[in-house]
Design a protein around this ligand. Structure first.
Ligand SMILES: NC(=O)c1ccc[n+]([C@@H]2O[C@H](COP(=O)([O-])OP(=O)(O)OC[C@H]3O[C@@H](n4cnc5c(N)ncnc54)[C@H](O)[C@@H]3O)[C@@H](O)[C@H]2O)c1
Length: 313
């Protein structure tokens, strides 16, 4: 994307952070706009002036959605509809970024999710993302919206807010705290590096067929327990840094993605193995304490951490 100009609309929720874009902030082809996708006027004005909308903005944390679903309904459903409306009004191309969590949970030997899998969301986060996917597809049919959708599995990598499994685990371990394992730790996740996810979104924007959905996976299915053990290995630590906690309600047992369609049609596949991506991620968190330390020391984060894990940071 050497000549793309990018306008980034973000309302900087607790998960947003201007420091995440430090590398591009002074680039003349980049512009940041502070605002919410639920704001009709801002969305309309910005969509009017661009060629393509890549819609990433969302409330994303399952545990938070269980405590309070309202922000998820506002951003993920209403906000997506605002973007759809503006794209329809101005005849603009939309790519909608979604998750494999909309498909619910797989058994250990079930076939992986693919583009034909029926939706079966099992928590408020995935239910609102499912709703947003349906709204995009409905607008393709009813309004001729020029849109594509992608459903991607669990992302990891730098700048991951320390509320997701791997970023909490790494920052905990650096501080001498344990890795928290929900339930028996046998839940299976398919890890994809965020950079590979981004490359897939670019491939879909450049070459994807309007009206189509594309699945993206990391080809790295691992149980949470094995993920934790891999991390302990990378950080030179042992199993005594594992702490088991009560499982969360609506916990999905297994996610896995069959990404053969995007591979066949657009030539995309994940480029990083989990082992190398995890090493890079640990290195990044070790080098960039200035990024995550203020988050971890913040009073809102510490309160959330205490409620979530019953531990004072
Ligand atoms: N992280 C994953 O594992 C994963 C996997 C598959 C799909 N996705 C999807 O990718 C997208 C990004 O996920 P993430 O993990 O980076 O999320 P995140 O929670 O880390 O970040 C979300 C971003 O959206 C912004 N935002 C939230 N509400 C907004 C609003 N109303 N208006 C404007 N900006 C708003 C936040 O400030 C933040 O910058 C989401 O759509 C998510 O569903 C994520």
């Amino acid at each position: 994307m050497p000549d793309w100009e990018v306008v980034n609309l973000d309302s900087l929720t607790y998960a947003g952070n201007l420091a995440n874009t430090i590398d591009v902030q002074t680039n003349p082809r980049y512009r940041f706009v502070y605002g919410s996708i639920t704001d009709k006027q801002i969305v309309d004005e910005l969509v009017r002036d661009v060629d393509v909308v890549a819609h990433f903005a969302a409330e994303t944390h399952v545990d938070r959605s269980i405590v309070d679903a309202e922000p998820f309904i506002l951003t993920n459903i209403l906000g997506t509809q605002r973007i759809i409306d503006a794209c329809v009004r101005h005849g603009k191309r939309l790519h909608h970024v979604s998750t494999d969590e909309v498909f619910g949970s797989l058994g250990p030997t079930d076939a992986k999710f693919n583009e034909a899998t029926a939706y079966s969301p099992r928590n408020p986060y995935s239910a609102t993302k499912a709703a947003s996917d349906h709204l995009v597809r409905a607008a393709i049919d009813t309004h001729g919206l020029q849109a594509t959708v992608s459903n991607c599995t669990n992302n990891y990598g730098p700048f991951l807010y320390p509320e997701k499994f791997l970023s909490i685990a790494i920052t905990n371990l650096i501080d001498g705290d344990p890795i928290f394992i929900h339930g028996d730790g046998r839940q299976v996740r398919d890890w994809i590096h965020a950079h590979d996810h981004a490359l897939g979104v670019i491939a879909i924007i450049e070459k994807g067929k309007i009206g189509e959905t594309y699945m993206m996976g990391g080809n790295s299915e691992l149980s949470v327990l094995d993920t934790a053990k891999a991390l302990l290995g990378v950080m030179g630590l042992t199993d005594n840094m594992l702490e088991y906690q009560k499982d969360r309600p609506g916990q999905d047992r297994r996610y896995a993605i069959d990404y053969s369609k995007i591979e066949r049609e657009l030539g995309w596949r994940p480029t990083r193995t989990f082992e190398e991506g995890l090493r890079d991620m640990v290195l990044w968190y070790r080098k960039n304490e200035a990024w995550w330390r203020p988050i971890r020391q913040g009073s809102a984060y510490r309160e959330w951490f205490k409620q979530q894990f019953g531990r004072v940071l």
